[in-house]
Design a protein around this ligand. Structure first.
Ligand code: AMP
Length: 170
């Protein structure tokens, strides 16, 4: 199945000069959505993972069904002030300004192997901050997975020694 054909380019969204990779046509097609979850499940089953850690909010769309499929925990990483219990925080640079992400302190146990999952790897700031959050909580990031990798933005360089995987490459 040509999964790339289910990604819609939306020019100048959310601002001029950005080509937004819209995943909603893929979500609308049950076979395509299923194929994505199955491809990830095949790659990550039998890896002794304890959790799928996904970033707000489009990471949740793929992370939750994958965690259920693998029979492991789902851990949400969220924008500040959304998680109700004690959190770790990581701040990272955006093109203009900064942003912060949080994880619950008790979301993973010490030494747990986890997978990080988001829809798009762009500049890599979000994924790098999430790796640091998991490490603060005591977990070990085995791999960072993305549905879409925008290779020309070199976000993979920010992940340093964490291996990454993507289904669709631009
Ligand atoms: P980054 O921190 O630059 O790697 O950005 C990653 C986050 O921004 C991901 O959670 C994506 O959902 C979103 N994102 C960045 N660039 C795009 C794009 N061109 N199309 C769709 N989503 C994007």
């Amino acid at each position: 199945m040509d999964l790339k054909s289910f990604i819609r380019d939306v020019p100048d969204f959310p601002k001029k000069g950005i080509v937004f990779k819209d995943i909603t046509p893929l979500l609308q097609n049950p076979q395509a959505f299923h194929a994505v979850i199955e491809q990830l499940a095949e790659r990550y089953q039998n890896k002794n993972l304890k959790a799928v850690v996904a970033m707000e909010s489009r990471g949740f769309i793929f992370g939750a069904p994958l965690a259920v499929r693998l029979g492991i925990s789902f851990v949400p990483v969220r924008k500040p002030g959304k998680l109700p219990h004690k959190t770790h925080q990581e701040t990272y640079d955006l093109e203009y300004g900064k942003d912060t992400l949080e994880i619950h302190q008790d979301a993973v146990n010490k030494g747990d192997k986890v997978l990080i999952l988001d829809d798009v790897l762009a500049t890599g700031g979000t994924a790098a901050a999430t790796i640091r959050l998991v490490e603060k909580a005591g977990g070990e990031v085995v791999e960072a997975a993305f549905i879409i990798h925008l290779g020309f933005l070199n976000g993979q360089d920010k992940l340093k020694r964490t291996p990454f995987f993507s289904i669709i490459h631009y």
